[in-house]
Design a protein around this ligand. Structure first.
Ligand code: EPS
Length: 387
């Protein structure tokens, strides 16, 4: 079973991810992983950090001569920040000591206060360093491996931004796999050029006021095989696994499979995707994609659609959110930290990653195989059986 663990703090020396359960023979290079990671830094509205992070990574184990060995793949990703200033060497040192600058004006909407109460900390940095979305860099490195594993099955995963703040893209603009470069070329990773401009203006307006913005991204998965996940038990349902994975992304507050929320207001007679037999292809098809590619907790083989809603970031460039200083108990505003105006364009790439990791794990559960060849052979035999 494919599983992975990340470790590391935002301003520590590095992030680490270990991916266990990949079959042997998966071709992968540092450059491919870096390519995915660079996509995560895209997007108008990111803070200064994304301009100097360089995604310097080392494949520490599990890969030899450009192919996985079937052993755990270990990846270390430097935090460029650590190497830019000595501040972080002292502030994040693992050696015994105390900070000179504890952060005590906790931010509403961030992990600060609940984390300090839960773990008994008196400095919010003990929480925020790990709560930071910097951790998603490690996830994206793992996701690059998951996408490579899914590629020979014909699975193609991409995302696009459909809302930034109050600006929403037209519902019918949905990119195909060949449109990925165009989406990534958009300054906000929006597929609809007419909306892109309005989104940028929305970000500029928020930036001017030191404020932040949330939004919505849509992940599209083309070519997902039939039968990933299962109806037989709650924790094997594919849509449940996808929802958990998406909700685990920092600042995500909502998830939708297909047109879940819109369909809730329809009558049953107009809420489901009609099934037809495609005699030419020798396969069943759905005439629409309302269900988002899952029925009964299993993939149907149709276009998979997963949306994620991100709240506006809780760190503001001009802090105005009312809070309490946990030392004095006096009313104040939350502490100032360098931050992004919005990270919605990056959310799309992280959401792709989480979907890829779920689909890769479920594909491996279904098709097994200790080598990529065996995995692909098994998947092809299953598909041939369906025909
Ligand atoms: C983040 C705050 C910012 C972002 C960071 C996520 O970091 P910093 O406080 O160092 O400026 O840049 O995102 C990343 C570093 C990244 O690589 O995505 C937060 O509080 O979540």
């Amino acid at each position: 079973m494919l599983r992975y663990l990340t470790a590391g703090e935002s301003h520590g020396k590095a992030l680490v991810v270990i991916v266990e359960g990949l079959p042997a023979g998966l071709p992968i290079t540092v450059e491919e992983i870096q390519g995915e990671m660079a996509r995560r830094r895209l997007g108008y509205g990111r803070g200064p950090r994304q301009r100097f992070e360089v995604d310097n990574l080392t494949l520490v184990g599990g890969v030899r001569h450009g192919r996985t060995l079937g052993s755990p793949v270990a990846i270390e990703i430097e935090n460029t920040e650590w190497f830019r200033s000595d501040k972080w060497h002292a502030e994040m040192s693992p050696a015994p000591g105390v900070t000179k600058e504890p952060l005590t004006q906790v931010r509403p909407g961030h992990a600060d206060l609940a984390g300090m109460q839960k773990y008994g900390f008196s400095d919010a940095r003990d929480v925020l360093e790990r709560a930071s979305a910097r951790e998603t860099a490690a996830r994206v490195a793992a996701g690059a491996l998951a996408k490579k594993l899914l590629a020979p099955l014909g699975v193609n995963i991409l995302s696009h931004v459909i809302q930034v703040g109050s600006v929403r893209a037209k519902a019918d603009a949905r990119p195909a796999p060949s449109d990925l470069a165009a989406v990534d070329a958009s300054s906000v990773r929006c597929f609809d050029p007419s909306t892109e401009e309005a989104m940028v203006a929305e970000i500029e307006a928020a930036a001017k006021e030191g404020d932040s913005l949330g939004g919505v991204v849509e992940v599209l998965c083309y070519g997902v095989p039939v039968g990933l996940g299962s109806h037989v038990h709650w924790d094997r349902k594919l849509d449940g696994l996808l929802a958990q994975a998406i909700m685990s992304i920092q600042a995500v507050k909502g998830v939708e499979i297909g047109d879940g929320f819109e369909v809730a207001g329809r009558r049953g007679s107009a809420a489901h995707d009609p099934i037809v037999w495609d005699a030419v292809a020798g396969t069943y098809r759905r005439e629409s994609a309302l269900a988002g590619g899952t029925e009964g907790g299993m993939s149907t083989g149709e276009l998979m659609v997963v949306r994620a809603a991100m709240k506006p970031l809780a760190t503001l460039n001009r802090p105005t959110l009312k809070t309490v200083d946990v030392v004095t108990k006096e009313e104040t505003v939350s502490f100032k930290e360098r931050t992004d105006v919005t990270a919605v364009p990056a959310l799309g790439v992280v959401a792709e990653t989480m979907v890829a990791l779920v689909l890769a794990a479920e594909a491996q559960r279904k098709f097994g195989g200790d080598s990529v060849d065996e995995f692909v052979r098994n998947a092809e035999a299953f598909a041939a059986g369906l025909r």
